[in-house]
Design a protein around this ligand. Sequence first.
Ligand SMILES: [Fe+2]
Length: 286
Amino acid sequence: MPLFPNYEWNQVPPEFFYVTKALLECNYLQGLEGECDSSHLSFLHRAFTNERNQPLYKSDTAPFYETEDTDFGVRLIATRNFDDQHYIRFSAFIMPVYGCVPAGRPTNELEGYEIHTYVPADDTHCWRYDIGFRRDRAVSDDEVHRRKQINPDYTRIRNARNNYLQDRQMQKKINFTGIEDFLNHDACATESMGAIFDRSREHLGVSDKAVIAVRRFLLTSVKEFNTGKEPPHILRDAASNWFPHIDCFAHILGREVPWRQHFNYLTATAEKENPASYTARRKAAS
Ligand SMILES: [Fe+2]
């Protein structure tokens, strides 16, 4: 039997994390690919205020994307220009269904992140499990605002049949979508593509670099599986079963500072590193 992965969110006390479950009415990969697209923050989740991270989202609507294959999947790094600095968001795709993002977290903090999980129900539906965790404190109820958007049977109150309860006044004054809560923004964008989008009709561009990297990773895994090779990230070695380097966060750095140098603990392959040094190196970088 493979080992159960020792992700960070599995290691914290129960009050330090939360989980929600909601039905998404499209193929699981469409939902997952939505997590691999930083530029949508600048439009889909943008509000017409200067609260929280909004100035950072709108400072640069065409982030520069880098990706790297790792021992867990693919690391996704989106860099925006912000004044004379860089606003950098670190996200991750973990094999086979996790999209990890620094959702809603303040910039320059390393408190924890969210794991958006897309589990196929059938070809045209999936379950979205959102897991969030804090490294050093309990989660408060108001941090799990999406719970108010989900019915007891896990369907969403706002869905395609009621046009996501889109509000034209809200669209004029509050945000581009006229729809409440990012859970519904994401669902509207991915479900309205059709339950299974015809990819022969799509036109990928530079902002889709992370989507391309994740698809390539998945397709390579499938091809290798067909030749008898085990898929990546099936864990059998206890020594390599630890993943602090999945770390997802947003940070502002001077343009002259290479992120790879500043966050030198984010290595592609964890087992080559010294586990004991990770926490200290992470704190030193924050
Ligand atoms: Fe989103």
